[in-house]
Design a protein around this ligand. Structure first.
Ligand code: DGJ
Length: 718
C-alpha cells in the first residue's frame, strides 16, 4: 500500500505557516498520523516515524498498543469514546477498516478504507492548506443493500504528550466567547451544541497546549469544526494513549439513513499549530481570507440601535443623508421593515414591505442610499417564522415541530422553518431574490434568533439537523451565485453563529449584540482567534450603552470599533453638530487605518499581548513596518501607574517610533485625573525604541481611566 506520506505546504506559504503532516500505514488497519506541526526538514521525501511512535503492547488489555488511527475503533484497540457509530436495523456495526487505496500529492491525500463484511467504505481527505491549516474531512459510503443509519462520525487528530492544558469557550447573549481553562486529564472533555447553531456556548475553538500557554507562549494545537449546526468539539485522553483533539456533528438518531451507494460527509475539521494562540489565529485568518475576494470593510450604519422597530420613511431618509455626510459607505435597514413587524412577536416570514410605515415601499430609500454613494443593505431572518404571520397560516406544515400534537417552546415568539422541504427553500429564494433585484440590495444581514429545538420535518417525518444546515448553505450559495457581488453578514442574536462554515460564504459577522466597548474588548479578542479583523462587525453605539447601561467616552467606543469592521449603530439625528463632527473625524481616521491595513496586497496579522495585568488588554494589527495597537483598561489595576506593556511580533533588530494614533488631544479626556504629570512619549513625536525592547520589555502606557481605550501607532524607523 504505502508506508509513509509527508504532506506539507512548505512550497506555498510564509515561514510561520509552514506545516508538516506525516501519515503512516501500519501492517494492518488504518493509517496513523505520526506527526503534525512545524514543517519537518525533509523535502518531499519519505519520513518514517512509526517505529519511533508506537508503544509496547501491555498486559491486562487487548493485544495491541493503543495508537489511534485516522478513525480509531475497538477493532484496533481504541478504548476511548466511540468515534463512529453506525447501525443496520437495531444492530451496531463494529467496523474493522482496512486501507484499500491512496492518492496523494505534496500537500494532500485521499485515503480509501473499507470493511467489506460490514459493507462500509470510509474516505479520508487530508489537506495541508497554504494557510498552514490542516483540513480533514471524512466521507462514509454505504456499500450494503440494507439501509445504514449513521449516528456519529467524528474526526480526530493526535496531540503531543505534553499538551496537558485545555482552553475552550462558553458564553451567552451579550457575552460571547468567554474563555475557560481546564487541566487535560484522562477522560472526555466535550462541548456540545444541539440547538441548531454553534451558539454562544459553543467551544468555538478547542485548544490544547503546554501548561500555561497563552497568546504568545507555549506550544498550542487547536481544532475548529467548520459547521453552523449541531456540533461537538472535544479532547479525549486515555491512560493508554496520548490525547486526541476532535470534533464533528451531533446527529439525531434516524436523521442520516443511507441507502446503498449513498454517502454522509463530515464537516471539515480545521486544525492548527502555533507558538501561542497568535500563531494559530494567523493560520485561520489566512484560511478564511483565501475563501473571499480581498475584503476592504466599508463603514456601515445599521439602524437597529438607532430606531429599533420605529421605522418611518422621513426620518430614515434623514438618517441616510446624515450618514452619508459623516462618511458612511453602507446603510443597512435592520428588523422592522416588513408587513406587520411592529415588534418582535409577529410577522417573520412575511417578507413584503410594510406599507403602513413605508407607504412608498423601500424603493425610494434604496434609491436615495445609492444616489448618496452608499451600498444598500437589508435585514432578513430567513429560517424563521412567527405563528402570527400569513406564512404560518398558509403553511403550518412548514414549521419544524416534535409532532403534530405540539410545537416546541417558542423563542422570541418564533419558530423554525423546515429547510429540508424544497418548497420552503424555493419560496425564500424567490422572495429574497425579488427584493435583491428590485431594490438593488448590496448586502443582507442574515439573522437567526432562536434555538432549533425538537426539530422534526413534516415533509420527511425525520428529525432535522445535518440537512437543515446543508440546505441553508445551499440557499446562501445560490443567492450569491444568482446575484454576483451580494455580501451577507452572519448574525445570530449577535454572535451565536460564528464558525468558518458560515464565514466561508459571509465576509462579515456580527460579533455580539453587546456594543459596550468595555465588554467588546474581550469578545473581539477571542472572536479574532478565528475571524480576521476586517470580518468582525464592530459598531460605535450610544452611551450609556443600551445593553449594559455603562457610560463610555466616544473615543473609547471608536478606538475599540476601529479594531474590527467599523460601523455605527446610533441615532445620529439626535446629535449636536460637535458630536457628529467627532464621529466624522473617526470615520476619516478609520479610512487611513483601512488604507494601510486592508487595501494593499498583503494581509495584516492580529497579535494579542499576554498581559501580566488582568486589568488591561493590548491588541495589535500588524502589517509590514506599521502596526496599530489598542490599549484598554477594563477595570482598576493593582499597578499605579500602570506597568509597561509589550508589543509582540516586532522585528527585534529594528527601531520603531511609538506614538498616539492621530492627535494626542483626542484622548485627553480619558487620562485619569490623579495622573499629575504627562507621559513623556504621549505626543506627536512619540519615542523611538528598539523592537527588542517593545517585544520583550515593554513601554509605559498612558494612565487612562478604567473603562477606556486608546490607539497607539508603531512605525519602523529607517
Ligand atoms: C438580533 C441581532 O443581533 C440584532 O443586531 C438585530 O438585528 C435584531 N436581532 C433584530 O431583531
Amino acid at each position: 500500500m504505502f508506508r509513509s506520506i509527508h504532506l506539507t505546504n512548505q512550497f506555498e506559504s510564509a515561514d510561520s505557516q509552514l506545516t508538516s503532516l506525516v501519515v503512516e500505514q501500519p501492517e494492518h488497519g488504518l493509517p496513523i498520523i505520526t506527526y503534525w506541526g512545524p514543517a519537518l526538514p525533509y523535502e518531499r521525501k519519505e519520513v518514517e516515524l512509526l517505529d519511533s511512535q508506537v508503544g509496547q503492547t501491555m498486559g491486562a488489555g487487548v493485544d495491541a498498543p493503543e495508537m489511534p488511527s485516522l478513525l480509531p475503533t475497538q477493532a484496533e484497540g481504541w478504548t476511548g469514546t466511540p468515534l463512529i457509530s453506525v447501525r443496520r436495523g437495531a444492530n451496531t456495526q463494529f467496523l474493522q477498516l482496512q486501507t484499500a487505496d491512496v492518492h496523494h500529492d505534496a500537500s494532500g491525500a485521499q485515503i480509501i478504507a473499507r470493511d467489506a463484511s460490514a459493507g462500509v467504505q470510509v474516505e479520508f481527505s487530508l489537506q495541508v492548506t497554504p494557510s498552514g491549516i490542516i483540513e480533514l474531512q471524512t466521507t462514509l459510503t454505504n456499500l450494503g443493500s440494507e439501509e445504514l443509519h449513521v449516528e456519529r462520525l467524528w474526526q480526530t487528530i493526535p496531540l503531543p504528550a505534553d499538551h496537558l492544558e485545555l482552553l475552550s469557550f462558553s458564553g451567552h447573549h451579550n457575552r460571547e466567547r468567554t474563555p475557560q481553562r481546564a487541566r487535560f486529564s484522562e477522560g472526555l472533555f466535550a462541548k456540545e451544541s444541539c440547538v441548531g447553531r454553534p451558539d454562544f456556548n459553543s467551544a468555538f475553538l478547542m485548544c490544547a497546549g503546554t501548561p500555561g500557554f497563552d497568546s504568545e507562549r507555549g506550544n498550542v494545537r487547536t481544532a475548529h469544526v467548520a459547521w453552523s449546526g449541531n456540533v461537538t468539539h472535544f479532547a479525549v485522553r486515555t491512560p493508554y494513549s496520548h490525547g486526541l483533539l476532535g470534533g464533528g456533528e451531533l446527529l439525531y438518531s434516524g436523521e442520516v439513513s443511507l441507502r446503498e451507494g449513498e454517502q454522509y460527509q463530515t464537516p471539515p475539521l480545521l486544525v492548527a499549530w502555533g507558538h501561542g494562540l497568535n500563531g494559530t489565529s494567523q493560520k485561520y485568518h489566512a484560511y478564511i481570507r483565501a475563501k473571499h475576494e480581498r475584503i476592504v470593510p466599508p463603514i456601515t450604519l445599521n439602524t437597529w440601535e438607532a430606531v429599533y422597530f420605529d421605522h418611518n420613511e422621513t426620518s430614515m431618509m434623514e438618517l441616510a443623508h446624515t450618514a452619508a455626510d459623516l462618511g458612511v459607505e453602507r446603510f443597512v435597514i435592520d428588523d422592522g421593515w416588513f408587513k406587520g413587524r411592529r415588534n418582535d412577536t409577529k410577522a417573520l416570514g412575511d417578507w413584503q414591505v410594510d406599507l403602513d410605515v413605508w407607504p412608498n415601499g423601500l424603493e425610494p430609500i434604496a434609491r436615495t442610499v445609492h444616489e448618496l454613494g452608499m451600498e444598500f443593505g437589508l435585514w432578513f431572518e430567513p429560517e424563521m417564522v412567527s405563528l402570527d404571520s400569513d406564512l404560518a397560516r398558509e403553511h403550518p406544515d412548514w414549521i419544524l415541530r416534535p409532532n403534530t400534537e405540539r410545537l416546541p417552546l417558542p423563542g422570541r415568539s418564533q419558530y423554525v422553518l423546515d429547510f429540508t422541504n424544497p418548497d420552503v427553500v424555493e419560496h425564500l429564494f424567490t422572495q429574497i431574490g425579488a427584493h435583491i433585484r428590485e431594490l438593488g440590495i448590496d448586502y443582507i444581514k442574515w439573522d437567526h434568533n432562536r434555538f432549533v429545538t425538537e426539530a422534526v420535518s413534516a415533509y420527511s417525518g425525520k428529525p432535522v439537523g445535518h440537512a437543515q444546515t446543508a440546505n441553508l448553505y445551499a440557499l446562501i450559495d445560490r443567492l450569491r451565485a444568482a446575484h454576483p457581488g451580494l455580501d451577507i453578514e452572519a448574525c445570530s442574536s449577535g454572535g451565536g453563529r460564528v464558525d468558518l462554515g458560515m464565514l466561508s460564504r459571509c465576509p462579515r459577522v456580527w460579533v455580539s449584540d453587546c456594543t459596550d466597548p468595555v465588554e467588546r474588548v474581550n469578545i473581539q479578542k477571542y472572536t479574532s482567534l478565528l475571524v480576521p479583523p476586517e470580518m468582525m462587525g464592530a459598531h460605535i453605539a450610544e452611551s450609556p450603552s443600551h445593553v449594559t447601561g455603562r457610560t463610555t467616552p466616544l473615543t473609547t467606543r471608536a478606538a475599540v470599533a476601529c479594531m474590527g469592521s467599523l460601523g455605527l449603530e446610533w441615532n445620529i439625528l439626535a446629535l449636536e453638530a460637535p458630536a457628529r463632527a467627532r464621529i466624522k473625524q473617526w470615520f476619516s481616521l478609520y479610512k487611513q487605518i483601512r488604507e494601510r491595513l486592508y487595501e494593499g496586497e498583503a494581509a495584516c496579522a492580529t497579535a494579542h499581548t499576554a498581559t501580566s495585568d488582568p486589568a488591561v488588554s493590548m491588541t495589535g494589527l500588524r502589517l509590514g513596518d506599521w502596526s496599530l495597537w489598542c490599549f484598554s483598561m477594563l477595570q482598576t489595576s493593582e499597578h499605579y501607574p500602570l506597568s509597561a506593556v509589550r508589543m509582540p511580533g516586532l522585528d527585534p533588530q529594528a527601531k520603531y517610533r511609538v506614538r498616539p494614533f492621530a492627535d494626542p488631544a483626542l484622548y485627553a479626556k480619558q487620562v485619569l485625573p490623579s495622573a499629575h504629570s504627562n507621559l513623556a512619549w504621549w505626543n506627536e513625536d512619540g519615542v523611538v525604541v528598539s523592537g527588542r525592547v517593545l517585544t520583550d520589555w515593554g513601554i509605559r502606557p498612558l494612565q487612562i481611566m478604567p473603562g477606556t481605550a486608546v490607539l497607539i501607532e508603531v512605525e519602523r524607523v529607517r
